[in-house]
Design a protein around this ligand. Sequence first.
Ligand code: FES
Length: 151
Amino acid sequence: MDRRKLLSWFGLGWLVSLLPSSLLGCSESTPSNTSSSPAKSAPESVAAAPSGNFKAIGTVAQLDKDGSLVSSDKKIAVVRDPKDKTKLLAVNTTCTHNNCAVLWKSDKKQYVCPCHDAEFAADGAVIAGPAKKPLPTYAAKIDKDQVVVSA
Ligand code: FES
């Protein structure tokens, strides 16, 4: 076997040995168990999230003055738990009936949807339809003088 033929065989062998790994590198990587992803498998609530990024949405003074706090994007509302004022309850303000933004009614201690009058408890539970699903909830706490929510 001459030198040129030998080198071409080595080149071909090297190319063939790289082929499987390069094919794997090009394949789309998919997590082995997407069903355990917290975002997909968790019901509507993230309140039980073990650790999250808490973001400030207002001050405790504002919360106590106004009775509720709403995030700047209007998607999260926080109130004190009517059953235990030391606890905070945060919900997603998007009505589960047809996506209108619910509003906190301090006098009733519940969220009311302006579109079709669904009513939700401070913890997001449905009090009156037509909504059937509770509002999604988030973990909320006081950090120094700030109300922070994990969303
Ligand atoms: Fe809220 Fe219909 S959108 S009750």
